[in-house]
Each structure stands twice: as C-alpha cells, then as structure tokens.
Design a protein around this ligand. Structure first.
Ligand SMILES: NC(=O)C1=CN([C@@H]2O[C@H](COP(=O)(O)OP(=O)(O)OC[C@H]3O[C@@H](n4cnc5c(N)ncnc54)[C@H](OP(=O)(O)O)[C@@H]3O)[C@@H](O)[C@H]2O)C=CC1
Ligand SMILES: O=C(O)[C@@H]1CCC=N1
Length: 276
C-alpha cells in the first residue's frame, strides 16, 4: 500500500488540505482526487498538481488513505459508489460532518475508520484537526491519521460523541471568528473610518490577539486585562457587548449548529448504507 491519499470529494476542505499538504512538502502526485462531476478535482489538479482520476475505483486502488470529503447529504451515495473499491489494508478517514463512523464502517466493511474534523486553516498550515477512532481504528491507525494532519497544523483526539460540538466550535470556528472581524470593521466604518483602514485594523486585531494567545500560558482573560484600562474605552465596549448579550448569542450560534448536525445525523441504525 502506498502513502498516497485519495480524496473522495474535492470541494472547500479538500482544497485547503491539498494546499497545506503541498506547502508542507508532500509531492502533489501522492494526492489523488475524484469528485462527482470531476469539476472540483480538475480545479485542484490544475492549481496544485493533484492527480485527477475519473473513476473512484481507479483512484482508490493502491492508496494508503481514503479521505471522504463530501457534504453530509452526499455521503450515503458516495459511500455506495466506493463500496467494493476500498480494501481492508487501507485507512478510511471521514471528514463528513454529522456522519457517525458506524455508518461509514457499515458501508465499507473491513478497513479501519477514523473521523476527522479539520478547519480551513490547514490551507496555511495553522489549522487544528480533531480526530476520533472509529471501528477497527487503534493507535496505529490514529498515528497514521495524525501524521497526515500534523503536517498542516495541530492535532487532538476526542471521543466521537464530542465531534458535533467540535465541528461547530472548531470546524466552523474560522467563519465565526471572521464574522466578528467583519462586524468590528463595519462598526469602525459606521464611526467614520475609511473602509480600507477599518478592514486592515480589524484583521490585524485578530492576528495580534492570536499571536498573544499563542504565548505559553496566556489566556483570553490575560489579553482582556492587558488592554482594558480601568474605567477606559475597552471596559465601556466590553460592557456594551455583555449588555447586548453577545456571550449568549455565541452560545445560541453553537447550539444552532449542533442541533442542525444532530438533526441530519447519519448512523448505521438511522440510515443504513450497507448492502445493495
Ligand atoms: N469546509 C470546511 O471548513 C469543513 C468541512 N467539513 C466537512 O467536509 C465535508 C466536505 O465539505 P466541503 O469541502 O465544504 O464541501 P463542498 O460542498 O465544497 O465539496 C463537496 C465535494 O464533494 C463532491 N461530491 C459530491 N458527491 C460526490 C460523490 N458521490 N462522489 C465523489 N464526490 C462527490 C463534489 O463534487 P463536484 O466536483 O462535482 O462539485 C465536491 O467536490 C462536509 O461533510 C463538511 O461538513 C469538515 C470540517 C471543515
Ligand atoms: O458548515 C459545515 O457544515 C461544515 C462543518 C464544519 C465546517 N463546515
């Protein structure tokens, strides 16, 4: 079995992973992609040199890792398409949100299954990927998955029951954070700043905060304390955020994402994907 990774689905997260892995030095010819219409795969082939393969069975043959990266509503059909092509000595890594590993293992009997929740910052090798061992996956299989994702950021492992919340906090995290940056910038414009200035300052605020938090032992409260002069502007702004219920709104946002994920959950029992 080679060290090749085959991506079943070549959309947003595959793009980010391919970009990050190639930047990390992985030869592009060790990455193969297949997608429903072939459109997504062709884009990544042209942009990063990934091998574009038309038929899933040809793409999967001989690859060490089969990475399932399709939307949850496409998962059952994609699993049916590749059932029979995946062999016992391959590792299946499913990135599919809301899809329990028991459903993947039922559709693809034999190979070990690991579920992974990356975030899009894997593109710039500062992502975080949270892994969970599924059927047949032990320390060797987790180590193989960790070797892939650690090239593009940090890796953590949690029980699968936590992955819906992890997807909401960490998978969606860059979008939620970017939303706040956009709101900060828009608020600056509303106060009279030129839009270009507001955008640069808001984006730099988050880079600066990330750099401070990256210092060993620095907590969000440490950063808040370091900025907020007693009785000053920062305190006034933070008080206003609390008064408008921003922490509650963030909780509401995560709750909405987690509820959606559970509502569309694919499990072996709820959505049988095995058999013909
Ligand atoms: N985007 C993110 O930041 C994250 C995404 N995820 C999860 O990763 C998965 C993929 O997300 P994302 O990349 O955003 O999705 P996209 O919608 O951007 O991409 C989906 C891809 O799947 C392909 N596809 C659809 N059906 C099949 C099939 N039957 N066989 C092969 N390929 C197929 C499409 O092909 P075509 O080329 O025809 O369009 C497309 O390339 C989702 O389950 C998502 O929840 C997890 C963490 C983060
Ligand atoms: O939006 C989504 O459903 C996926 C899961 C986490 C990030 N993207």
């Amino acid at each position: 079995m080679s060290e090749d990774i085959v991506f079943i689905g070549c959309g947003r997260i595959t793009r980010a992973l391919v970009q990050g892995l190639v930047a990390a030095g992985r030869p592009p010819h060790t990455l193969r992609g297949v997608s429903r219409t072939g459109a997504g795969a062709r884009v990544l082939g042209a942009e990063f040199g990934m091998r574009v393969v038309a038929r899933a069975e040809d793409a999967i043959s001989g690859a060490g890792v089969v990475m399932l990266a399709v939307h949850p509503h496409e998962a059952v059909s994609a699993l049916k398409d590749i059932a029979g092509a995946v062999s016992t000595d391959q590792l299946v890594v499913s990135l599919v949100a809301s899809c329990h590993t028991d459903a993947v293992a039922e559709a693809l009997p034999g190979p070990a299954v690991v579920r992974a929740v990356p975030n899009v910052a894997v593109a710039v090798r500062t992502g975080v990927t949270v892994l969970s061992a599924g059927p047949g996956a032990g320390s060797d299989e987790l180590a193989l998955a960790e070797a892939v994702f650690s090239a593009v950021g940090q890796v953590a492992t949690v029980p699968e029951g936590m992955l819906e919340t992890v997807s909401a906090l960490s998978g969606a995290g860059p979008a939620l954070t970017a939303y706040f940056v956009k709101a900060l910038s828009a608020a600056g414009v509303a106060q009279g700043l030129p839009i270009a200035t507001a955008e640069v300052l808001a984006a730099q605020a988050i880079r600066s905060t990330a750099a401070l938090l990256a210092e060993e032992g620095t907590t969000p409260d440490d950063v808040i304390d370091a900025v907020a002069s007693p009785g000053g502007m920062t305190e006034a702004a933070l008080f206003a955020l609390g008064e408008r219920g921003v922490p509650g709104a963030v909780g509401h946002a995560l709750d909405a994402a987690v509820r959606l994920s559970f509502g569309r959950r694919i499990t072996a029992a709820a959505h049988p994907v095995g058999g013909s």
